[in-house]
Write a protein that binds this ligand. Structure first.
Ligand SMILES: Cc1cc2nc3c(=O)[nH]c(=O)nc-3n(C[C@H](O)[C@H](O)[C@H](O)COP(=O)(O)OP(=O)(O)OC[C@H]3O[C@@H](n4cnc5c(N)ncnc54)[C@H](O)[C@@H]3O)c2cc1C
Length: 386
């Protein structure tokens, strides 16, 4: 086992640090948080520096990158920015588009736009008001018409960047909305198409990427708007769930590390009863538990990414990883806030934002309980006595 970073990875970390010093100062982050979007300056510099191309196949003008390195990029960007900025989500969206079976023509159009703006051409709409964890309960449906077009009707919700990106990638059942129907397809639908309307939803955290509701009222779709094979929409969507979970986790570790950096420095600066609070064992215990959580989280993340890079199954690992790490990172942020006392509960520090942003990740990308559901069943099988 070799835990050292390669020379290229060391360089990458240094350049991410420099990048963040320039484009993600606390003042810049606060502005993006208020505007509910990343600054154009940041997204275009991200592309110009080549970071936005890492993880996209070379065949499509990207830079082939192993997942361990992509995890490192994600973690360190979150660490030095101290915020869950959605740049790596954009890379993942582009990768999804390729992996979900878009045609070369659809991909090159999407890539051209991505290269220019640093943003994917679509948001992802799969959750519905009555179908979040339970995707099979979705009722959004398309019905084929005599003229070969399709009529899409239904509602999606919590669509991240739904009001920002020009299209939405929708998953809808084919012909029949009933629970038993497992045939679903993916469609790329322009946001300004007739019959589509949106309504903002107000998040309590993660405010750089807003989300919204979407209503599809007899929207007419044509065959060229379909992405991937008919009937295989949900199967395609699941392809990148594990990678998505790993990148969420990498972001969480980086952001929690930023909280650790602040709190661990503060303990030597803040005095009570004539001594720095670093002298008190209850504070030392918090720092110790925070560091253990961060180191454990990192070990689990990079082992899982290494397994993926080497073609091994991470079905159990990725669920265990998301279940353990996100909660651990929320706890790290909460402890950091506690160490700051009253100041930690104000907007003078970034700790409140970090804590509330991290908390959302116990729901997004599969809830904690669903991670238990995935891992628990597999573990029972794995350890069953034959
Ligand atoms: C920040 C954020 C961003 C998001 N972005 C998007 C997006 O871009 N596109 C999109 O389509 N969706 C998005 N979502 C929606 C997200 O995928 C869903 O919120 C999530 O899957 C949970 O679904 P739900 O909210 O309907 O909760 P429910 O499924 O109704 O669950 C309610 C509670 O019951 C628990 N539960 C459910 N089933 C079980 C079970 N079998 N066993 C034990 N407990 C269970 C859940 O864990 C949860 O605690 C986002 C959500 C958040 C918070």
């Amino acid at each position: 086992m070799d835990y050292r970073l390669t020379d290229e990875q060391e360089l990458l970390v240094d350049s991410i640090k420099e990048f963040c010093e320039r484009y993600t100062s606390e003042e810049q982050i606060r502005e993006m948080y208020e505007n509910h979007r990343m600054s154009e300056e940041l997204t275009s510099a991200w592309m110009e520096n080549g970071f936005g191309l890492m993880g996209i196949p070379e065949k499509y003008e990207g830079i082939d990158t192993d997942l361990v390195t992509l995890g490192l990029l994600t973690e360190e960007f979150a660490h030095y920015s101290g915020c869950l900025l959605p740049v790596l989500n954009n890379t993942l969206a582009m990768r999804d588009f390729i992996d979900f079976g878009a045609t070369d023509e659809q991909i090159s159009e999407a890539m051209a736009n991505y290269m220019e703006t640093g943003q994917p051409i679509f948001s992802l709409g799969f959750s519905e008001p009555a179908a979040g964890s339970d995707n099979q309960a979705m009722t959004c449906v398309t019905r084929k018409q005599a003229d070969g077009t399709y009529i899409l009707s239904g509602q999606k919700t919590w669509v991240t960047q739904g009001e920002v990106f020009p299209n939405v990638l929708v998953i809808a059942k084919d012909e029949d909305p009933s629970r038993d129907n497992r045939s679903m397809s993916m469609w790329i639908v322009p946001k300004d198409i007739k019959g589509l309307s949106t309504a903002p939803l107000h998040k309590i955290g993660n405010k750089v990427a807003a989300f919204c509701e979407m209503y599809f009222d007899d929207v007419v779709l044509t065959e060229d708007m379909r992405i991937g094979e008919p009937g295989k929409g949900f199967f395609n969507l699941m392809k990148n769930f594990e990678m998505e979970r790993c990148l969420i986790v990498a972001q969480c570790i980086g952001t929690a590390q930023a909280a650790m950096d602040d709190a661990a420095a503060y303990v030597s600066e803040r005095q009570t009863f004539g001594r720095p609070i670093a002298d008190y064992q209850l504070i030392q215990l918090k720092l110790t538990e925070m560091e253990v959580a961060l180191q454990n989280s990192r070990n689990m993340l990079y082992k899982t990414l290494w397994k993926m890079d080497n073609g091994e199954s991470v079905r159990i690992d990725s669920a265990l990883l998301k279940y353990y790490v996100v909660k651990a990172c929320v706890e790290v942020a909460s402890n950091a806030m506690q160490i700051y006392g009253g100041l930690g509960y104000t907007t003078e520090t970034r700790l409140g934002r970090i804590w509330i942003d991290l908390r959302g990740m116990q729901i997004a990308g599969g809830t904690d309980e669903i991670m238990v559901y995935i891992a628990g069943r597999q573990l029972a099988k794995k350890y069953a006595r034959s």
